[in-house]
Write a protein that binds this ligand. Sequence first.
Ligand code: IVH
Length: 723
Amino acid sequence: MDIFEAQKQIDSENKFKQRIDELTRLIEEANTAYHDNDTPIMEDSEYDQLKLELIKLERLYPQYKHMNSPTDKVGGGTKKGFRKVKHAQKMLSLDNAFANEDIVEFEKRIKRFLGLEEEYVMHYVAETKLDGLALSLTYMDGVLVQAATRGGGEEGEDVTNNVLTIRSIPTRLKSGLGFMEVRGEVFMEKDEFAELNKKQKELIKRVEDEGKKTSLKPYLNPRNAAAGSIRQLDREITRSRNLSFLAHGWGKLSTPLGNHLWDAMNNLEAMGIPVIKDRKVCKGSKDLVAYYESVLHKRSDLPFDIDGVVFKVNDLSLQQRLGNSTTSPRWAIAYKLPPEKVWTTLEDIEIQVGRTGSLSPVGKLKKVMVGGVNVSSVTLHNEDFINGFDSKGDTIRDGKDIRIGDTVEVYRSGDVIPRIADVDISKRKRESPKFTFPDLCPVCNSKVVRPEGEAIHRCTGEYKCEAQVLGKLQYFVSIDGLNFDGLGTKMITQLYHRKFEGNGQRWLENPGDIFQLEKNLITNNIVLADEEHWGERSTQELFAEIERKRTVSLSKLLTALGIRHLGSKNSQHLADHYQTWDKFSEALSQASSREGEAWDELISIGGLGETIANSLIESFQNPVFQVWLDSLIPELVILDLQSSDQEATAISGKSLVFTGKLEKMTRKEAQIKAESLGARVYSAVSKNIDLVIAGPGSGSKSKKANELGVKVINEEDWLELIS
Ligand code: IVH
């Protein structure tokens, strides 16, 4: 820098110092006039502008800030609470829609107002409605000078000091001149909330364990926790809470951001402001309803809570013409999502018996809509869950047990079966008995045991238990097993329950019977196409599919047999190791003494371990399982696996993790595809993973992968990789 430039810089810094001195003096005079003399010397709006300018300059040139600057009294949060601040532009709320017709009506209303033809194709921006706390951030020349809550809309609370601790809110923008009010939502991600509430509950327990009383309570939901964290007089607490922020619009602006909402939001993003992510341009109300439906499906996969979607007219000049009613803009509407948690009555508890004999308690509910879906049963997991304990033995639902007749709160997470979040014991009848697990299997009357250290009750009937046999058959043909097209759970159940008149045998008793089905039906003069659920075409297709399935890889066969504890990964290890069915079964019989070389070899294959090895040996020693194999194996062509025979693919030998939602295929399909190309699929991300395939909503797993330096690709890259 030459001497002239240096002089110029000193001059301009002096200018800022002088302006800071001047603003400090003006504001102090205004304060004295207002508070001490009750004779204001300037308009409120002028006062606010001066103060914001001073905050900005002090933040840029802290060396010139006065010791007792009037800005230190701004938003600091006195003991009494937060200072009130007037928004430069009122913060409105949104009109609500609750049904598709309301959206159609919204569109008609807009067109009527603007005098547009019904055929006019209106463009909207559709986005998610975050369930958080509204914030208005004021930037001057790209510097954050104030943050305020919505309050009554005209005036909010100055929470600047707390907001300065939120990492996702930039204090300096990459660009941006003049005055700008950015509007958005501050919220807490679901994982963060769970973590916070866990700590909160631990704290409550610690205090109570010391025999003290506490007014502390767990937070109700992420919204409640976010609001509590912002409206905190101790900013260090706000800092520790890990809040997030996403912008969804703006208030007063000195420079317009664009002609269309879509571009304006992109411009905000380019300035460094995090903006709402799931935005989409939609044409007409049909598109809007489709957007709503898509959000409804992915809602539970999102890392944060939403309570609806918002539709906004894209063209800002049309927005301007539409203007606002007293409380809300005419150019926008919120379409509310149905609640995800609902209270209902638990009418009964049924016990279902699975293919490995596990007894699963299923709660039968008085039907309710949860997250837009009709729900009538919930999983109750196991005895511990019903009694108020999780798998680690810690209390859940504050230790409240679940009884038939209880009022329970139900929620859906992902596409999985609904679960119970809570139970209201104040509504419980006094004589309501505690639920006890049956001693005998409800299907076959065999003894039920709960092995030590396990949470699951098991029926000991094995092949005597119809539920277990049917479960094993269903598993054999399922996508986890040999994946028969056109032979689902319903069909298998039907074929299992029918008996041949001559010998009284079931049409389908074991997996081998599937491959003899056509022959046996012909022998008994039965035309499957005449039976309920069947037709000429589906019958032909089934028999063709059965023929195709005769050829099977060793690993697939091992998985399909549904041996307890043995999943696809270990089946693959076994197949890789023994290569042929004969070598495998021979090795198993040698290992059955559970000592010696064959046993040592078996338990060490891919870390298989004793539990699986024992389960394998027990199955193979079971006489009914032997009958199954005797009837099945001769029907099959088992492909001997020569490792070198397997074609090398881009992913062969690689370890993969799928996370988030895939759009083009289900996770299961993706897993099967990956395995068929020689990859191993795992559920947890670790440094041993080669590749993570992340769809939308993949939150914590992709984050972890990035931290560990594991490559993360999206679904498109994945499809290309396997194509
Ligand atoms: S637009 C004129 N977009 O919902 C108000 N609001 O119920 C324009 N909210 O106070 C707001 N997500 O705090 C808009 N994507 C979104 C939103 C959103 C959440 C909040 C907002 C507003 C409230 C209205």
